[in-house]
Design a protein around this ligand. Structure first.
Ligand code: PXL
Length: 260
């Protein structure tokens, strides 16, 4: 059986983070491995607190796990601190782990910071060069590229800068940009592998859904573990998102949760 590993924050409400990632891995029939790189206290109204996990604990979890069980693909989500970014980069290199997917989580939709500024620098210099694919949203892509993205041409410029920083492939999820254009019926993601720009479009869903970035990057991770190409994985992951968003459920009394 193929194995996928999630190194991300813990969301006790199960709508994002390692809990969501495990459900997505299961959906795709991939064996799920997970380790928290940070903790949160949250519910469907938002994140109340975030707590780091110290470097030694992250290293110990990775060392023991990976010396026995090698993942076929892995993803990072909320890492919070430079120490977490550095520890993950060190072990991905040391064990030559392939198919690294980075979801560069900067903030929760409710506004809690999930990667501080020094951690962003560490991610750009240490982790990006090790990844097969990085899946920023508009704001995260802007932060990584050091520009403010206001339109589709800024989006392409940011994608080029991110590839120059060492990522093999980038998908900038465009939903938040297209939402600014009230007439837009589509949410278009921009795919760039250093040679060709491609667009992956879908219907736009109105409203706030918790954990979309986590579920999307987890789906890509599972599909890479199964041997799909990056573009095929991205297309299949987008179809999966359409289905779990259109069937979103009310688990708590705040934001809707994805139906995974
Ligand atoms: O969707 C961003 C995100 C990532 N990881 C964890 C989260 C959230 C949003 O709340 O809680 C653990």
């Amino acid at each position: 059986m193929k194995r996928a590993l999630s190194i991300a924050g813990s969301d006790p409400s199960g709508g994002a983070g390692i809990q969501m990632d495990l459900k997505v891995f299961k959906h795709f029939d991939v064996y799920g491995l997970s380790m928290p790189a940070a903790l949160t206290a949250q519910n469907s109204f938002g994140v109340r607190s975030v707590y780091p996990i110290e470097r030694a604990i992250i290293k110990d979890q990775l060392d023991v796990l990976v010396s026995d069980i090698r993942p076929d693909a892995l993803k990072t989500g909320m890492l919070l601190t430079p120490a977490a970014v550095e520890a993950v980069a060190e072990y991905v290199e040391k064990y030559r782990l392939a198919n690294l997917v980075i979801d560069p989580v900067l903030r929760s939709s409710s506004g809690a910071e999930m990667l501080d500024n020094r951690a962003l620098d560490a991610m750009r210099s240490l982790l990006l060069p090790l990844c097969r694919i990085i899946t920023p949203n508009i704001r995260e892509a802007g932060a990584l590229a050091g520009i403010e993205i206001k339109d589709h041409s800024d989006m392409r410029a940011a994608a080029e800068t991110i590839i120059k920083s060492g990522a093999q492939t980038v998908i900038i999820t465009g939903g938040h940009l297209d939402e600014l254009d009230k007439s837009s019926q589509n949410a278009a993601d921009l795919f760039f592998d250093g040679s060709e720009f491609r667009t992956i479009s879908s219907k736009m869903f109105k409203g706030e859904f918790h954990g979309t970035g986590c579920a999307y990057s987890a789906a890509i991770t599972a599909l890479l573990a199964k041997g799909l190409s990056v573009f095929e994985a991205a297309e299949r992951a987008k179809e999966f998102m359409n289905s779990i968003i259109s069937n979103a459920v009310e688990i708590g009394r705040g934001a809707k949760y994805l139906n995974v």
